[in-house]
Design a protein around this ligand. Structure first.
Ligand code: SF4
Length: 322
């Protein structure tokens, strides 16, 4: 494929009109679509990473009820933020969110950067989130892509994305850049996300009732390709394998969260081991110490003891960070 996908003007115009028209009729009334507050947009974008819209809505509302603005989140104990995150998973997102907001409040005097570059300079903010905040809070006509947006762009402009994509990420990013309509970036990017979620989803795109059939490069083939795919060959949501270190990380954070919730404070390392692992013995201490050390480096745990006492296990107390 050529380095950049060339799209004829009339085809581009037809796809834009079709997608924006579809969005006008089908857009869900989601709370983060009613605001241009960068703090609220960032909270929604971080929560929506790896979590479905329906699950995010109640967490988003509860989070904003507890931390209604950037100053309330920046000054909160991290333990409270991690505790409120319970049930959403991927706890590092809570720590990263607070760190980014603290950088805005403490380093930038509460003034949000409005450019993708400025937003990317905040801790823990990657290219997708920076683009999404620049677009959805500051209405900048910027491109950004996640898995769902990439899939929609690929199908519409290039062809079926199964069994292998026909375009590279670089080509799709160039395409996303070309496709953003001047003055309508907010609407366009929201439409791409919504279309990928409701109409052109990964395994069962609703091609038969799709208003973009005529423009879609994938339409002539995609239904037969998908029907021929072996069952279960689509991308699956990654879940931590029971017994893996990632699984134990989640159990440890849950135990620390319960202790924080119950005002118990910290948990001695040996006790923590027995909580998270039925067969725990002192032989497991180096393993547990290593996982707790990783959690502390990620900002998800605090170790309250002298390093010399840490080896002993009995003297080491672990808690959520303050
Ligand atoms: Fe997606 Fe099918 Fe519509 Fe093409 S025709 S955009 S593959 S839903």
């Amino acid at each position: 494929m050529a380095p950049d996908v060339i799209v004829a003007d009339d085809r581009m115009a037809a796809i834009r009109d079709g997608l924006l028209g579809w969005f006008g009729e089908h857009a869900r009334n989601l709370p983060w679509r009613l605001t241009r507050d960068p703090y609220r947009v960032l909270v929604s974008e971080i929560m929506l990473q790896q979590t479905q819209v329906d699950r995010v809505v109640p967490y988003y509302e509860a989070f904003l009820a507890r931390f209604p603005d950037e100053r309330s989140l920046a000054s909160a104990p991290t333990a409270d933020v991690i505790t409120l995150w319970k049930g959403l998973g991927y706890n590092r997102r809570a720590v990263n969110l607070q760190r980014a907001v603290q950088a805005v409040v403490d380093d930038l005097g509460g003034i949000w950067p409005q450019t993708v570059e400025g937003l990317r300079a905040l801790p823990g903010i990657g290219p997708y989130t920076a683009g999404a905040v620049a677009c959805f809070a500051f209405e900048q006509d910027v491109p950004f892509i996640d898995t769902n947006m990439r899939r929609v762009l690929h199908r519409l402009f290039i062809g079926p994305d199964f069994p292998e994509p026909m375009a590279t990420d670089r080509e799709i990013v160039a395409l996303a850049d070309e496709a953003v309509p001047s003055g309508s970036g907010w609407m366009w990017n929201q439409a791409l996300i919504e279309f990928g979620a409701l109409q052109c989803n990964a395994r069962k795109p609703a091609c038969v009732i799709c208003p973009l059939q005529r423009q879609c490069a994938a339409f002539p083939d995609i239904q037969s390709i998908i029907m021929d795919l072996p069952r279960g060959s689509g991308r699956k949501k990654e879940s931590p394998f029971e017994g893996s270190n990632r699984w134990y990380r989640g159990r440890i954070v849950d135990a620390l969260r319960s202790a924080h919730d119950g005002d118990v404070g910290g948990i001695p390392l040996l006790e923590l081991g027995a909580i998270v692992r039925e067969d725990f013995s002192p032989d497991h201490l180096p393993w547990l110490r290593s996982i707790v050390g990783d959690l502390a480096r990620d900002g998800l745990a605090a170790i309250a003891e002298e390093p010399a006492a840490y080896d002993a296990g009995q003297m080491t107390v672990v808690r959520l960070p303050g």
